[in-house]
Design a protein around this ligand. Structure first.
Ligand code: SF4
Length: 160
């Protein structure tokens, strides 16, 4: 059982934390949308469906196990969601194999889907790769070592 206020761990995120990571994540998303929109209006609609569809999948299969989601509050407030009503029931504890698989498959599909159109505009593809790298490295360096979601396979707090 995690002790609230345990030193070195981040128990609550602030609205500026949410804005910071949302803005950082918006860079590869807007870059990809620009590249796809440039080539195909239909593909951009499919990409938007993939993006929006990945949100409930991640919420249901990954976030419902997270302590930020399992808090006794009606809305979710963390680095990626702010004030979102909790549509799914809480599932504290480890993820099952299917939940882990879907938690990897959904973001992988979101990342890989626009690559076909991005490679046709190399400048945008480079921005896409760099912004994804900076986003991932920032979360890995700043959040994973202090994250209270110890059942997340990427958690590094227990190694500190
Ligand atoms: S911190 Fe991450 S895993 Fe936890 S609820 Fe927010 S998005 Fe989901």
């Amino acid at each position: 059982m995690m002790i609230e206020k345990q030193p070195g761990l981040k128990f609550r995120y602030s609205f500026p934390d949410f804005l910071y990571y949302s803005a950082m994540l918006a860079i590869p998303v807007v870059t990809a949308l620009t590249a796809v929109l440039d080539r195909s209006g239909t593909a951009v609609l499919v990409y938007l469906l993939v993006l929006l569809g990945s949100v409930p999948v991640m919420l249901r299969f990954f976030c419902t196990h997270c302590p930020h989601y399992c808090r006794e509050e009606n809305t979710l407030k963390c680095i990626f969601f702010w004030g979102l009503p909790k549509f799914f029931r809480q599932r504290p504890g480890p993820l099952g194999v299917m939940e882990k698989s879907l938690s990897i498959a959904a973001p992988a599909l979101v990342i890989l889907f626009p690559v076909y159109w991005l490679v046709q505009t190399p400048g945008l593809f480079i921005i896409y790769l760099l912004s994804l790298f900076i986003f991932g490295a920032s979360v890995r360096k700043n959040e994973c070592p202090r994250c209270i979601y110890t059942d997340c396979p990427a958690n590094r707090a227990q190694q500190q």
